[in-house]
Design a protein. Sequence first.
Length: 452
Amino acid sequence: MCQAVISPPFLADDNPSTNIALKTLQNLRQLNPQVRFVRFQWQDLSGLLRGRVALIEYALQLATTKKNIRLSPIGLHCIVDNSFIPGLDFQGMHLLVADWSSLRIINENAPGPSYATVMCSVVSSSLKQLVPSSSICPRGALANVIRKASEKYGVHFLVGFEVEFEVVKIDSTGDVVLQGAGLGRYCVDGLRDPCFQYVEEAVQELLDSGALIQEFHSEGAVGQYEITLGPLPPLQAVDQLILVHDTLKRVFTRHGLIANMSPVSVAGQGQGTGQHTHISINPPIKEDNFLAGILKRLPGLCAFTLPHDVSYPRVKPSLAGDTVAWGTHHREAPLRKVNPGHWEIRCVDATANMYLSLAAILSAGLLGYQNGEPLVWVDMGLTENASLWSKSARLPQTLDKSLDCLNGEFQELESMMESKVIQHYLKIKRWESARLKSMDAKDVRALFARLF
């Protein structure tokens, strides 16, 4: 992964005395007067993108008074069907603290009004708390890990994503029906499919919004496509990923279709849809210890990266992988080594909250780095002993088993994150898993196609 970094288009100067929010919004209004609305958005622990839309005049008023948008205290307490977890305390509030370096313009050349979006951390505040707390904010947890990696260990990370998706519709009976018919696996037939014009439309909008796109192509299954994103520092990489997901959803909805990134949407489909994630550590010293830290905790990490039961049909060789293993340029393992200090993590899909997933993965690696944990797993890409696969520990085959694995080791991950978000995540996912099990499988597929 090259060290390419995209410059935010409206980033204010670095003078500490400057009100960055006010300066950024003033620049936005001056340079792009067509933008009327600012969407303050965050990703909840079920992976759903949520947001509040403000007129730019109100956003400027908030910036001038140094105030934040307030929510009822539910910003990180809903599950994927939009219901609340039990025992929710409705006292207090959540505050949306915007990261103005994440500001992007959307819809600039598309029909309808122009928006800007900004990603936010969620901070809880109540009469019981002496100071507001970001202890259950996934974006805050990732920021803590990045800071600690730099300050304590002198390492930095770059992250890139492979965004796979299908073009589908939900028919009158509630079934998810594939609309694209082009052959996959890089076949140009897929680029002649009528749906491909909307892929090109979405890519053009993303480029106009400043997204760092390397290439796009037909992917493994019929009617499936992939967009490869360039590497960025972790927070910016996830901000960009959310922009890509949202833009794909918006563009295809405009044409009466759905860009579906959920892992399994069409009944009986074999391959499913993943979101392979590339991570590089710089400098790549002690990289074996870093890799060992991830592998040692990989079954529990699946609770973040494969966060729903619909994620687990992909836990197979050549898809997400099904063993605790790694290999140089080996795609049957869940971790593929690409270059020194650069790995592809394959047991990931687009229903994950990637702020929290990366916070957990990087924390696991840093624990291996910190503790000098040895890399006892053989490089499956360099061995000819096929029997080693059968001797490797298996990845969990259900979300509940992943959560059980995570429950036994979350304290050390939280310590590295300086956060209590995993405790809250476990509560959310246990409740959510039970709710989804009570739903018809067809309804779950349709819900996930809409949302992810």
